[in-house]
Design a protein around this ligand. Structure first.
Ligand code: MLT
Length: 242
């Protein structure tokens, strides 16, 4: 079993994901929001790569029970019901709803990897559930870090390293690419105090400037949700495990 980490989605072709098992990470905040919304009872998340497409599909599709969510430059988009704060996605608001979600990096990464055979959503919140599932699959894994504006982001790579370290607890014979080994090293250096690490990243600082400290606290919680969002047929739903 081989694990590779893609440090950013830039220069990757959609078709390169065909047949692969891919795990997407965007700790701040898209994948934390998706995990949280589904855990709070949302029916499904429809990730989209542009605001225009979000507005278009919110029209008549999905039985009229849709909510529009997402951000531009960390802030809620005008006319949308929700921003991209995981704390907004409470059971009261999202239960039974289809949520069309646009975010600057995270949902674009999901859409880019849409041809994967299996496509999962990971954050610190559901990291051990994700590791258990990967261990049960015994297949090669691509971890795609959403990054920031097509560049590297520390928080996503630390999360990738922590995920691989968790998988390694039960599987010793993993073949690790150079980026997978580097991610493990970054987790060793930066992954002990997740809240502190997140606050000191470029995107963390921007979120702090915009008043989202509570979001960072929430996104830094490890293994609080035992759910695995899985993309299939253009929507993300919770994986039902036997
Ligand atoms: C993104 O997809 O770029 C992020 O989730 C941005 C954010 O809302 O913090």
């Amino acid at each position: 079993m081989k694990i590779n980490v893609l440090l950013t989605p830039s220069n990757l072709d959609e078709l390169s994901f065909s047949g692969k098992t891919t795990v997407i990470i965007d700790v701040l905040r898209a994948t934390s929001t998706i995990v949280s919304a589904l855990n709070n009872g949302a029916k499904e998340i429809i990730p989209v790569a542009s605001v225009e497409f979000a507005v278009k599909v919110s029209g008549g599709m999905f039985g009229g029970l849709t909510l529009l969510g997402g951000e531009r430059n960390t802030k809620k988009i005008e006319g949308f019901a929700l921003g991209n704060s995981p704390l907004e996605y409470s059971s009261r608001l999202v239960k039974g709803k289809s949520i069309i979600l646009f975010t600057t990096n995270g949902t674009k990464a999901v859409v880019k990897a849409k041809f994967s055979k299996n496509l999962y959503i990971c954050s610190f919140l559901n990291l051990s559930a994700m590791a258990d599932h990967i261990n049960s699959m015994d297949t090669d894994i691509e971890i795609l870090c959403a990054g920031r504006n097509n560049s590297f982001s520390l928080e996503d790579t630390v999360c990738a390293g922590k995920l691989i370290s968790e998988i390694l607890k039960n599987k010793k014979d993993l073949e690790l690419s150079d980026t997978a080994q580097a991610s493990i090293a970054l987790n060793k250096s930066f992954g002990k105090n997740l809240f502190k690490m997140l606050c000191e990243t470029e995107h963390g600082k921007l979120l702090l400037e915009n008043g989202f400290e509570e979001d960072i606290k929430f996104c830094s919680k490890l293994n609080t949700i035992h759910a695995i969002p899985c993309f299939s047929g253009n929507v993300v739903k919770l994986l039902v495990r036997e």
